[in-house]
Design a protein around this ligand. Sequence first.
Ligand code: ADP
Length: 470
Amino acid sequence: MIPVLMVASEAAPLAKVGGLADVVGALSAALRELGHEVAVVMPRYRGIALDGAQRVYGNLDLWFGPACYRVNVYLREERARYLLVDCPELYDRPGIYGPPGRDYEDNHVRYAVLARAAFALARHVFRPRIFHCHDWQASLVPIYLRTILRYEPTFIAARTVLTIHNLGYQGIYPPSALPEMGLNEQAASEAGMEFFGRYNLLKGAISSSDRITVVSPTYAREIQTPELGFGLDDLLRQRSHAITGILNGADYSEWNPETDPYIAAHYSRDDLSGKAACKRDLLDEFGLPAQPERPLIGMVSRLDSQKGFDLLREAAGELIAEDLTLVVLGTGNQEYEGFLRELVAARPDRVGLRIGFDIRLAHKIVAGADIFLMPSRYEPCGLNQLYSLRYGTVPVVRSTGGLEDTVDESTGFKFREYSAWAMMEAVRAALAAWRDRPRWEALMRAGMAKDFSWKISAARYSELFRELAA
Ligand code: ADP
């Protein structure tokens, strides 16, 4: 049993923007089931209730130069133990990271306070062997341990694991931000944070952590190349002996067509009949006519260039010229939203769009669509293709990162070149297969039989923690 303190900016079900939340929520629970003692430190954002929560740390004053932040920490027991850092001036805001499409300017301070609160908890409430830090928002934990906390006896035996969920977000700040995070130039240099005249938190954590995990084996290789290294590939190659790719799992307690409370009918690998009702229900949800004879393509995604919306925009005309229906749920970039709206205006009988974050509708799309499209430019792991596989919704994906590792010819369709042409080839192959019912059902069943549960992935983290703690 190893005590593990996770530090993260999101965790499902309390706060979710993307896959990070799913991973932190499910992995912490899975590690607990393996016998580890796990707590997750995260901000108490607006909307996270404290009913039944117990205050475990009161009136903690965290100083950063002349600025002082007073925090209280509350314990909420879910599937894992959540330590919620309450500091209304920093976290009680409408968004998690900022207003739509933007970041709060003081995010470095918000996550510096989170890291400092984590150390206070580690001293007095829950003493970990492993600090498991997720993405740039938790990167100050290994940075502080390597610099200002280097000689603190309490943490001499502590080890750090950094998990990179998306290298595209690094937390890069001007020199003026350093003192606001309680650092000076010397410390920043010791932590390896310099980055073209600015300071890069993720870079500091990559330099300072004992081990680094990346959310799929293929993405772990890709980030060590100039194409997908986002300026850090050199450093990542230097640290490659410390890097491990561990595929994310899918949380089948949330995503299971046999029990899913959000969908119109339940179904399984042995009895697929309920899926037709899910498709009808989904079309109805978007106000589209019932058209069982037409394949239905679904997408649930952040509207971001990472997710391949450039390709979709380029191929849009060709795509809707095919005999198919398309439904999209997403939120993010206004430009992509604009072209999707135009698409709906052009073919209101064939295209459905919902802008927003809607977990219930996400489940309905994963269940009701025939095909799930993920044309990502890059994809660290990707969760929606895992959910789709379990729901017999055949994925059409670009061969990158976790998509490459989780979809094969027996379960879906892939294309390699990042082009509208290549994407349409794959889509057309899928449409042709859909018309061949026995072949399609074989694809569906093969996907549904795959096991991407957390059991396997959590065991790999567990092994890593044991090695480090030994
Ligand atoms: P990323 O973390 O890069 O956004 P992932 O595929 O790893 O991509 O995880 C995305 C998660 O967020 C999935 O659980 C997906 O269902 C969910 N999601 C994304 N956009 C929406 C949305 N608009 N409404 C509901 N859920 C969404």
